[in-house]
Design a protein around this ligand. Sequence first.
Ligand code: ADP
Ligand code: 5GP
Length: 207
Amino acid sequence: MNWKSGAILVLSGPSGAGKSSLLKEIINDIGDCYFSISTTTREIRNGETDGVEYHFVSEEEFKKDIKEENFLEYALVHGNYYGTSLKAVKEALNNGKLVLFDIDVQGNTLVNNRLGDITTSVFISPPTLSELKKRLVARSTDSQEVIDRRIKMAKREIQRISEYDYLLINDDLKKAAEILRIIAKAARMKIPDNVINEFVQNWEDVE
Ligand code: ADP
Ligand code: 5GP
């Protein structure tokens, strides 16, 4: 049976784990989906475009959105605010899409509290801390100070892997992408509680 209801796939993991790279690999193979573009107060990096990777806003604008309850979730990460806008996500879910989030561990907790019945979560990690360091340096998008902060953060985030449905070790990109494709397809099959209740109700009534 096919339910016209959306589902959520949360991707978390240290900055530099390969979340964006993996998403790029699978995005055209997982059906109708919507990548939630977060809003952030962090500085725009070289190569990034406003409205593509993030909506880049001032702290004042971000706080206004918090006040107006425009976020499904938000968190302070590495000293900057990051948040998921509610409106676009609601619309995508109503259209039966798989909504993809690249959010941190705090965001995953908040999303699970609100929409746990339709959420699947994946923690993406490089095989080792030294590999993470190598990738962050090779990416050459951050200063040494920012890299050090991200590594410190990564050591803390790793402690919370058990809060996720899956741990995906991104060693070989192609192999990790293949596993993520399977998880994404299964994530879409999650059925919201209200639809399950309705099904049970109708099922009992049929005679
Ligand atoms: P994130 O989105 O999690 O911050 P990125 O996708 O930007 O991470 O990846 C960080 C860096 O590591 C990039 O330069 C990317 O090309 C590289 N990378 C990603 N996955 C792999 C992998 N499996 N092996 C080697 N390098 C990788
Ligand atoms: P970066 O600055 O490297 O793009 O992202 C830093 C961290 O912020 C990453 O761990 C990323 O997953 C997280 N992040 C990005 N957008 C959001 C969001 O909307 N909400 C939350 N809670 N975290 C986010």
